[in-house]
Design a protein around this ligand. Sequence first.
Ligand SMILES: *[C@@H]1O[C@H](CO)[C@@H](O)[C@H](O)[C@H]1NC(C)=O
Ligand SMILES: *[C@@H]1O[C@H](CO)[C@@H](O)[C@H](O)[C@H]1NC(C)=O
Ligand SMILES: *[C@@H]1O[C@H](CO)[C@@H](O)[C@H](O)[C@H]1NC(C)=O
Ligand SMILES: *[C@@H]1O[C@H](CO)[C@@H](O)[C@H](O)[C@H]1NC(C)=O
Ligand SMILES: *[C@@H]1O[C@H](CO)[C@@H](O)[C@H](O)[C@H]1NC(C)=O
Ligand SMILES: *[C@@H]1O[C@H](CO)[C@@H](O)[C@H](O)[C@H]1NC(C)=O
Ligand SMILES: *[C@@H]1O[C@H](CO)[C@@H](O)[C@H](O)[C@H]1NC(C)=O
Ligand SMILES: *[C@@H]1O[C@H](CO)[C@@H](O)[C@H](O)[C@H]1NC(C)=O
Length: 645
Amino acid sequence: MYSNESTKKSKHSGSSKKRSKKNTWGSRERTSMSFLIVIAFFAIFGIIILTEVLMIDDRNSVQVRHVNVNNRFSESVPDYEDVKEDYADDSSIFIRENRFAASAISSLFKKRKLDPQDKLMSGIPVVPDNDPNSLSWGQMLPSKIESNLPPYPPNIKAKDGHWQVVNGTRFKFFVFSAYYDRRDGRMLRIIGATKTRSPEKVWCRMWYPLDGNNTKFRSISVMARVKVIRENWNLKYSACFILCPLRLSYLDVPYSVSVVSKLRMPPGNILLLRNTDSDQDFTNRSYADIPNKIAVCVKPLHFNYDQAYYMLEFLELNNLLGVTHFTFYNHTIGPKANCILQHYMEGKIPQTFLVNSLLRPNSGDKNSTGDLTSHNDNLTTIRSPKITVEILPWNLKMKSQKEIRTEGLFSSLNDCLYRNMYRYSHVALVDLDEFIIPRHNDTISDLLDWLSKRVNNKNTGAYSFQNAFFYLQFANDESIFDKRIPNSQLRATLVTQKKTRRRQKLHPQKQRSKYICKPEAVIEAGNHFVWEFRPSMGSLNVPSNSAILHHYRVCEFGGSDCIKSPSVEDKTAHKYSSRLVERVGSVYEYLKDTCKLPNLPLTPTKAPPTRSKSLRIGKLGKNVVNTTTNNLEKNDVKIKKLSFS
Ligand SMILES: *[C@@H]1O[C@H](CO)[C@@H](O)[C@H](O)[C@H]1NC(C)=O
Ligand SMILES: *[C@@H]1O[C@H](CO)[C@@H](O)[C@H](O)[C@H]1NC(C)=O
Ligand SMILES: *[C@@H]1O[C@H](CO)[C@@H](O)[C@H](O)[C@H]1NC(C)=O
Ligand SMILES: *[C@@H]1O[C@H](CO)[C@@H](O)[C@H](O)[C@H]1NC(C)=O
Ligand SMILES: *[C@@H]1O[C@H](CO)[C@@H](O)[C@H](O)[C@H]1NC(C)=O
Ligand SMILES: *[C@@H]1O[C@H](CO)[C@@H](O)[C@H](O)[C@H]1NC(C)=O
Ligand SMILES: *[C@@H]1O[C@H](CO)[C@@H](O)[C@H](O)[C@H]1NC(C)=O
Ligand SMILES: *[C@@H]1O[C@H](CO)[C@@H](O)[C@H](O)[C@H]1NC(C)=O
């Protein structure tokens, strides 16, 4: 750049010498030279701006490289570009593990001079000393070795859903929860986080109570297999499963389990095994008879998340959509969101609302969710389905985005999947700024019912929804400036109500798409699609004219340029307007003082001026291009406008 500039300069100064006597020429030269300097200045300035835009750290992407790639090839390169091949070495983990375990066992054998008969008795096949590799993972230690291992640690409390350390590893190794997975061969499935490549080898010490008080335990130990969860963004650490099979049919399901790296070291963790067979509410239930309910999983809340209105809108709109249970992970939550969640968690939110039926717009806004009892002509009581909320602590000691992807979200998503399995027929994995909104149906349950009648549903393990960006920089919906709408002030704070313009082009499936799955059909959950189903199960791509993922966020590459892309108005979420406003309003009033919720922001009085050409990067919501005229999406079904007058 700079050298170009100087050569140009010298050329010009040379030519100006030639014509030094002609004053007019000189001034013209000067003019053109300053013009060139201005051009060069703008070019350099432009490059600086461009680099800055490219370098801006989209909260989702750590490395500049990712942003870059996404920016240039956003339509062709998926978010997870580098993960698939990682899984190719899964089989070698398996082999390495075998080797390690075999040598570990044979060293134990040597030390303790094991009787071959003992090996047979304890379920370990007799292994010829010259072929240690024929031992495989999941086999039990001989009882003589077992009885010499450190006992149940008396000073550690068995916990579920809490990060605990695996002692004695070279690299960080943590475990969070343990599930009894009975689906394809019985096994313990432990959710953890550890090194992405060549994870260290560990053992499961399974604890069986010796007395009725669960104070004394004996152990059975098996070699574990560490299966790194496929989505890891090439970072040093990953979410993982630690698998410990219960191969022998007479082996009972343990009460708790410790993951250890060295058998002779005292365990540093005890995980309570989650086993629905021993849960009270499962005693009389068939596993084929899962309650027809939807749960939502949200990745760890972080950066002191404290968007009070968003939180209320997320919970109440999802509940209107048919979701009854929410699982959150608490990395860091701000005081207001914390207070709101605490109240929901403790079931303290009033679940009955008086709805003035006269204020309901007729079109679309059906009162189908919940029981209805008519009070009088004008007032209707809605008993909304109870919202239940579970919040698990998430104190994972790994540096987010430097060591592990976004607070180890893949551990949380898979924990949530297994935690809700058999309790809810469907689990949706979405973020707080995302809503799966059916176009023609009122609830997601109605949509799934309808879909399951249209397609062969037997093999459907997940329903995938295409992503639509509703950029926050798009101008607000005009109706929020209409003071005649009841509760307009509250309504104007709800993002799904004020943001009705979306990027016309949807992302293709698997790119930023989100899904609702039947948890018992899934083995390994990813952020945008299921990585592994049980045999014969698969994903159904839900047609975009039935439902899409509404994703409310700022431009993904920084700046405000994204709103230049062709957009359409999509008022689908307005069908929930009055119900949502009533609910959020009632909870807001109830919690306003207790949770010190901020006052409602004043409603803007009129739409900001729109300009057709000029666009300034910077402040949000100002100087927005008029995109109304851009062509509507072809498969976009006409969306009825609600009339509130
Ligand atoms: C359980 O604990 C109580 C008191 O600590 C003791 O009396 C009782 O014998 C224990 N039961 C068993 C089965 O060990
Ligand atoms: C094992 O972990 C526990 C914490 O869970 C810790 O207190 C203990 O010192 C560790 N033991 C060793 C030998 O590192
Ligand atoms: C399970 O069924 C048995 C017999 O039908 C009954 O006595 C018991 O109360 C039931 N348990 C639960 C938790 O419903
Ligand atoms: C989240 O974690 C913080 C810190 O441990 C705790 O103070 C807070 O009560 C937790 N909030 C919820 C809702 O669990
Ligand atoms: C809505 O509520 C009214 C009044 O209670 C009732 O007459 C009507 O059938 C309900 N509509 C639907 C779709 O449930
Ligand atoms: C219902 O609303 C109508 C119109 O505003 C009003 O005339 C009527 O008195 C109301 N009925 C009751 C029972 O409140
Ligand atoms: C769901 O939407 C479909 C497609 O428009 C429609 O045929 C079906 O009746 C709807 N189901 C319910 C329960 O509204
Ligand atoms: C957008 O442009 C169209 C056509 O020029 C015009 O009719 C419409 O009023 C404009 N919309 C806004 C919000 O300015």
